[in-house]
Design a protein around this ligand. Sequence first.
Ligand code: HEM
Length: 147
Amino acid sequence: MYEGLKHAHSGIRWILLIALLYAIFNAYNKWKSGASYKDGDRKASLVAFISSHIQLLIGLGLYMMSPKVHAIGESVMKEPIARFFAVEHLAMMIIGIILISVGHIKAKKATDDTQKFKTTFIFFTIGLLVILSRIPWPFQQYGASWF
Ligand code: HEM
């Protein structure tokens, strides 16, 4: 179960990254060119929104099972790997997912097409940057790999 969740969490990060990048570039280009908002634009945003929520659910499962979250002996705050996963990764990923969700919902509610693209672009870009700031990069000490 734990290994399965780890593989899923590791794989969905790529789907989320591609979905976010696509939605961000799409929103930026169409915002700047004054294009009208079509169903495909809503779907591009929806795919990023759904993948971020699937990642959140799997992350919560991992949070309960992962040995990396539970420091052995020392307190979580004193052990760098446990602190990273139990506090930093958790907090920043949730903030990133909230930004993506707010962006998706605000864009859906906006009545003006330019405003829809602009909202998606701003919220998704900040959400992506927040996520990138606290994922366990393979070149860091947290034992993550590229795939
Ligand atoms: C946008 C959302 C997220 C992204 C992109 C992301 C990305 C990652 C990556 C790349 C890893 C390393 C996987 C590996 O070992 O190869 C990881 C591990 C982990 N993530 Fe996330 N994560 C996200 C959200 C979350 C959330 C919301 C939680 C907790 C509620 C969470 C909990 C964990 C835990 C506990 C691990 C360590 C698993 C282990 O190796 O035992 N993640 N995450």
